[in-house]
Design a binder for this molecule. Structure first.
Ligand code: SF4
Length: 358
């Protein structure tokens, strides 16, 4: 009989590692010993263990990261890391901003949600990444960034994180574990296009900040830009955002809004947006659209973005404009492409699914 494949320890959170140790007939405290050394980057994570257990773990486990295929540096200091994930390549982006060093992490190769303004979405979906591949991006980036520390993680790279919860949740727990990467939960942000049932599971299963890729404040426009809205329309999405604030006592939800010329950047859209988020503790982050080859949209001119911002601020909202970073190496928001082999298109939804959603 063929031996089972080795377990990749990078993808196990502390409770899963404790269970693994129990199954080997070991005491649970061994899990903390291995976990601490593993995520602090020690060369030998088994150094505290007796020789017998060490040789067993060397035979039955690995701690392998996704292989780094390219490392590109932009003029503004942004760094794009291209990792191999089987036949695909996925991107992470390191963004220095003063004392802050943010890592943008991918959770899927490609994305099935087909948002029309997003290059990743245009490619279709290839595969979910494993927890080890998600944690591995942070581990490699942390090593490359040394002596600086990665201070923030945003799950805003390739893919919809909430369509990959079985890998996302343990990865979040490893990143925020006090003896793991020890990132404060408010500095780890999960961004979603609005997979409402999974948002509830995230709220209950992990501590982190939430960002919503909103991009339109009416169902008619959002249906056109983001097919996921036909399944989970704005009323459901906003109710879940309110739950998130009530239940998890978070300070706010970030609303991401990409500025598309003549599509969602007019005065009426600003009014719709202010009305939609009324009463919700949120910050609006306006994102200049980064054009890519084959894009269907144009970026809003800077004066439109400023007018839009001012109109929202007059309604009492907190608004920021995201600075575009890493454009010259295609590392800016919405430009991540990796290399996805034969991505499958999942949205627009098939006719029967659309009818079901009505
Ligand atoms: S914006 Fe996010 S959810 Fe939409 S297609 Fe792109 S990666 Fe997927």
């Amino acid at each position: 009989m063929r031996a089972p494949p080795p377990v990749n320890l990078l993808g196990l959170d502390r409770p899963a590692l404790a269970l693994f140790m129990r199954e080997l007939g070991e005491k649970e405290y061994r899990a903390a010993q291995v976990f601490r050394r593993l995520h602090r980057g020690d060369e030998d994570p088994f150094a505290d263990l007796p020789e017998r257990l060490r040789s067993q773990l060397r035979g039955e486990t690995v701690f392998s990261e996704p292989p780094l295929a390219a490392d590109l540096l932009a003029r503004d200091g942004t760094r794009k890391l291209l990792f191999s994930a089987g036949e695909d390549k996925i991107d992470s982006v390191l963004i220095p901003q003063g004392k802050r060093l943010t890592l943008c992490v991918s959770t899927q190769a490609g994305c099935p949600l087909a948002c029309r303004f997003c290059l990743t979405g245009k490619q279709g979906f290839s595969q979910n990444l494993s927890a080890a591949q998600i944690v591995g991006q942070l581990r490699v980036a942390s090593r490359l960034a040394f002596p600086r520390r990665v201070t923030n993680v945003v799950m805003m790279g390739m893919g919809e994180p909430l369509l990959n919860l079985p890998a996302l949740l343990p990865a979040l727990r490893v990143m925020t574990d006090s003896i793991g990467f020890a990132l404060p939960p408010r500095r780890v942000t999960v961004s979603t296009a609005g997979v409402v049932p999974a948002m509830k599971i995230l709220r209950e299963g992990a501590k982190c900040a939430l960002a919503v890729s909103l991009h339109a404040a009416s169902d008619s426009l959002r249906d056109e830009l983001m097919p996921i809205n036909r399944k989970y329309p704005l009323a459901q999405l906003m109710e879940e955002c309110r739950e998130h604030i009530r239940d998890s006592r978070r300070d706010f939800v970030t609303m991401e809004y990409v500025m598309l010329k003549g599509i969602n950047d007019g005065a009426a859209c600003a009014r719709d947006l202010a009305r939609l988020v009324r009463g919700l503790r949120c910050k609006i982050n306006l994102i200049p659209f980064n054009v890519f080859s084959g894009a269907e949209f144009l970026p809003s001119p800077p004066e439109n973005i400023l007018q839009f911002r001012d109109s929202l601020m007059k309604s009492g909202l907190t608004v920021t404009i995201r600075q575009t970073r890493g454009e010259d190496i295609l590392a800016a928001c919405g430009q991540l492409a990796g290399e996805v082999r034969e991505g499958r298109k999942v949205f627009p939804m098939q006719k029967e699914t659309r009818e079901e959603a009505r």
